[in-house]
Structures are given as structure tokens and as C-alpha cells.
Design a protein around this ligand. Structure first.
Ligand SMILES: [Zn+2]
Ligand SMILES: [Zn+2]
Length: 221
């Protein structure tokens, strides 16, 4: 009854929606899901191809699980929760993660790409950490910060490919020994995969047996 009396606004286009809904139906259908993926690692591909460019070189991560493209509603909601408290945004991300689960392994621990100090200070919630806690709840697996950012990096999308690799190199260190653990590393957005690869390299260096990554969206840069 509550839902029928009270109305609210769509997070993306401001259309009228039911009280508990985050976005309208029109915007819901604008969310672009990933359809084609690299057969080896799961990296989202724009076109129907077998293998991604990263797999021709070598990755430290094992499998990638990425359900959406970073466009329209996804782009908007991630920006909104990054800079201010946004209940609808949190609710929408929670719903999108839960309703679009992929067949993943069981992990010993779930962790996330840490944010920079300045970025952490400005935000209410670090999106990667928020997504990691949702997955931790779904799979009943502990979520723990395993990496520490030791150097601030520029936003990856502002850089060219070679600069991206240099930008993230040695930006993270492991917080402890991870002997033989299977880890799920979480982030909100992936550009080329350089950040995840660097994080996975550090986790494996600390002893991790397997590092799969769950990232909510793939940027089209
Ligand atoms: Zn809308
Ligand atoms: Zn690949």
C-alpha cells in the first residue's frame, strides 16, 4: 500500500516511479549488458571475437566476471554514489549485482581495489568496497582489504595505453601473506585491465593460488 501512495523519481531521468524503485522501466532497458566475452578470461568484447588482446600477452588474473558496459544508467549511478550518499543508487547496484550473477567459483576471501586517500575522503562509499560487500553477503564469504594503495595514480581513462601500465605499476602492496588462497578481487569499472592485472600480480606474489575478478562494468574508452 505504501508503494501506491508514495511516489519517487527515477535516478537517471527523473520520471515518476514507485516509491521503492530506483529507476523507471525505460531506463532499465537502456542498461547495456555484456554479450561477447573473451573465451579465455571473460574480458568484454565489443565484437564477436575469440580472445582478447590481454590474453595474447599474459595476465596475472585468472577469470573476469563483468556483467555490464559502463554506459547510461550504470555510468550515472556509479558517478552518483562516488560523490555523495545516494540510497537509490546503492539499492540499484545491489539489485543489479544480485539479479545478474554469473557462474563463479567458491573463494576463500573477497577483496577490492583500494581507493586513493583523497578519493576515499571525498566519498561516502567506495564503490568497489560496496560491491564487494554485496558479493560477500550473497556468497557468505568474508570480505577483507588485502591490498594497500601506496601511491596515488591518475584516473586510468585519462591516459594512453603505455602510460596506464606505468601509472599502476607498484601502486599497491599486499597487507599480508595469502598462502594458497582463492581470491575474488572486486572493482566498479575496468578500462584496459591494467589495474586489475597489477593488483592480481601483488596478490599472487603474496601467495594467492587463484585471483578471479568481478567488475560491475567495462568502460568504452
Ligand atoms: Zn528513467
Ligand atoms: Zn582474455
Amino acid at each position: 500500500m505504501f508503494d501506491e501512495i508514495f511516489y519517487s523519481e527515477c535516478l537517471h531521468c527523473s520520471a515518476v516511479v514507485k516509491y521503492r524503485e530506483s529507476i523507471c522501466k525505460g531506463c532499465f532497458y537502456k542498461i547495456k549488458k555484456v554479450i561477447h566475452r573473451c573465451k579465455l578470461c571473460g574480458y568484454p568484447l565489443n565484437i564477436e571475437a575469440e580472445v582478447c588482446r590481454n590474453c595474447l600477452e599474459s595476465n596475472y588474473y585468472d577469470k573476469l566476471f563483468i556483467p555490464f558496459w559502463y554506459t547510461t544508467v550504470i555510468k550515472d549511478v556509479l558517478k552518483k554514489i562516488k560523490f555523495r550518499y545516494n540510497l537509490k543508487g546503492y539499492r540499484l547496484i545491489d539489485e543489479l549485482v544480485r539479479k545478474n550473477l554469473m557462474k563463479m567459483d567458491r573463494y576463500d576471501v573477497i577483496t577490492y581495489v583500494p581507493s586513493t586517500l583523497i578519493r576515499r575522503f571525498r566519498r561516502f562509499v567506495h564503490p568497489a568496497e560496496y560491491i564487494a560487500t554485496i558479493l560477500s553477503d550473497i556468497y557468505m564469504t568474508t570480505c577483507e582489504p588485502l591490498l594497500k594503495r601506496v601511491r596515488n595514480t591518475s584516473y586510468q581513462w585519462k591516459l594512453k595505453k603505455k602510460e596506464r601500465l606505468k601509472n599502476v605499476s607498484e601502486a599497491f602492496i599486499p597487507r599480508k601473506e595469502l598462502f594458497d588462497l582463492k581470491i575474488l578481487l572486486v572493482d566498479d569499472i575496468i578500462t584496459t585491465g591494467a589495474t586489475l592485472n597489477e593488483c592480481a600480480k601483488m596478490l599472487k606474489g603474496a601467495g594467492a593460488k587463484k585471483v578471479d575478478c568481478y567488475v560491475l562494468s567495462k568502460g568504452l574508452f
